[in-house]
Design a protein around this ligand. Sequence first.
Ligand SMILES: Nc1ncnc2c1ncn2[C@@H]1O[C@H](COP(=O)(O)OP(=O)(O)OP(=O)(O)O)[C@@H](O)[C@H]1O
Ligand SMILES: [Mg+2]
Length: 231
Amino acid sequence: MPKGEEQLAASRILAVTEEELRRIILDLHDGPVQQLFAAQAQLHSLQSRSNHGEAIPSEEYQLTFQRVSRLLEASLAEIRQFLGTFRPPDFASQDLVEMLHGLFMHHELTTGVVVDFAVTGSPMVPHLPLPGKITLYRICQEALSNAYRHAKAQQQRVLLHTSPGQICLTVADDGIGFQPPPLRGPQATEREEHIGLRGMRDRVDLVGGTFELDSKPGHGTRITVKIPIHG
Ligand SMILES: Nc1ncnc2c1ncn2[C@@H]1O[C@H](COP(=O)(O)OP(=O)(O)OP(=O)(O)O)[C@@H](O)[C@H]1O
Ligand SMILES: [Mg+2]
């Protein structure tokens, strides 16, 4: 291979590796790490109520233990899958809408928060490419987790809308809202330890889509992701 071509190939391989590494970090963050956070939050809440002298009914302990145990099992299962293949296998074989139903059911079982889910528009594209499917699923997972951890939301709504050439996901909560940091440019005030929002934007970039975040203190939060699709 001539030198120029060799360099090009090497830089392509490096780019792929870099991209894959970013995806693995984000998958770990949005999957098992968020499940562990949810488990920790539930234990902390019980502990702090008990420290304040509240008599907690035994049914509530039972329910919390069940939820925490489900969260730990699910995060362990994901970590095991990562160690085996670096990619939870279900993504390749399952339909996105089915996977989202499963995610919301799991969210409800483990947090007690119900998700209102609607699918609209033209019939689902039969072959949403794998990177797009993973992007939408993981963003949904992180947005639900953020709403649960930070927003004190009572209600979470997810809409998946398909139109020719595009699939659009919105995830909205009616929680406390916040002043979102600029996600790009010299004014960006991202803190290194906050991976979630930055990760959403990075994931969308990798599949050539757009990402918007609307939030205001007192007015809830909505994220909108649009991904181009073909066929
Ligand atoms: N739905 C939401 N409602 C209210 N505040 C939010 C919401 N989503 C994010 N935030 C605020 O934005 C901050 C950054 O969110 P981000 O997801 O990037 O990081 P994080 O959730 O704190 O940590 P992690 O890296 O585990 O995701 C949060 O700490 C929180 O203050
Ligand atoms: Mg987060």
